[in-house]
Design a protein around this ligand. Structure first.
Ligand SMILES: O=P(O)(O)OC[C@H]1O[C@H](OP(=O)(O)OP(=O)(O)O)[C@H](O)[C@@H]1O
Ligand SMILES: O=c1cc[nH]c(=O)[nH]1
Ligand SMILES: [Mg+2]
Length: 212
């Protein structure tokens, strides 16, 4: 597994505002959207392109365009939905699959309540969106689901990660042939006794959409 912490003053600035408990939901949604676009810039460094020649007003110019097969973007509901628009704005040809997953707040075990993915994704570059990598249970379950459909190229974009979740993911993926990259804005200090990232930003889903 490869982890990339995107260090940039603009990312740090937006992340600080996102963490602030006084940031309201509309602002939290806007900041998540802006942050994913900045992180996607790093996450899509290896996105497949094919050559394309265009005619400028002056002369022919050689360039590229996003190649087929289309990238697959997979937000993990709920909180990952807050990252979807920012991602597809940058990858307009992408298709979108959905995974609904929720973590039991007592046991911290993730369960899947919705799956809507293409049957065979063996040739697709997959971009998983989830703001929080805490214990890692949710992301591990998501990667297992994608691997079961043939995925061989997975990049996860997280706004925040905990060292415990990164270590667990690394351990789970050891011995699996599937290359996984995690791009995040920061690796925080630790998880508290409730499985929350410290200092973190609280419950990302609740801050985006309210407590349900
Ligand atoms: O790394 P983990 O310990 O598995 O925790 C991370 C997960 O917890 C949150 O989702 P939650 O279960 O709160 O669902 P929600 O997005 O619907 O709020 C978050 O969005 C991740 O999916
Ligand atoms: O800190 C955390 C951990 C899991 N899920 C969240 O939304 N926040
Ligand atoms: Mg939540």
């Amino acid at each position: 597994m490869r982890i990339h912490v995107a260090e940039h003053p603009l990312i740090a600035h937006k992340l600080t505002a996102l963490r602030d408990r006084n940031t309201d939901s509309p602002t939290f949604r806007r900041l998540s959207d802006e942050l994913v676009t900045l992180l996607a810039y790093e996450a899509t460094r290896d996105v497949r392109v094919s050559p394309l020649e265009v005619q400028t007003p002056v002369s022919p110019a050689r360039g590229v365009r996003l190649a087929a097969p289309k990238p697959l973007v997979v937000p993990i509901l709920r909180a990952g939905l807050g990252m979807l628009d920012g991602m597809v704005r940058l990858l307009p040809t992408a298709e979108v699959g959905f995974l609904g997953m929720v973590r039991d707040e007592g046991t911290l075990v993730a369960s899947t309540y919705a799956t809507r993915l293409p049957d065979d994704i063996s040739d697709r570059q997959c971009y998983v969106l989830d703001p929080m990598l805490a214990t890692g249970g949710t992301l591990i379950a998501a990667i297992r689901l994608l691997a079961a459909r043939g995925a061989r190229d997975v990049t996860a974009i997280c706004l925040l990660a905990a060292p415990e979740g990164i270590a667990k993911l690394d351990q789970e993926l050891a011995g699996h042939p599937i290359p996984v990259t995690v791009v995040t804005a920061a690796v925080d200090d630790h998880l508290n006794e409730h499985g929350y990232i410290v200092p973190g930003l609280g419950d990302a889903g609740d801050r985006l959409y309210g407590v349900v």
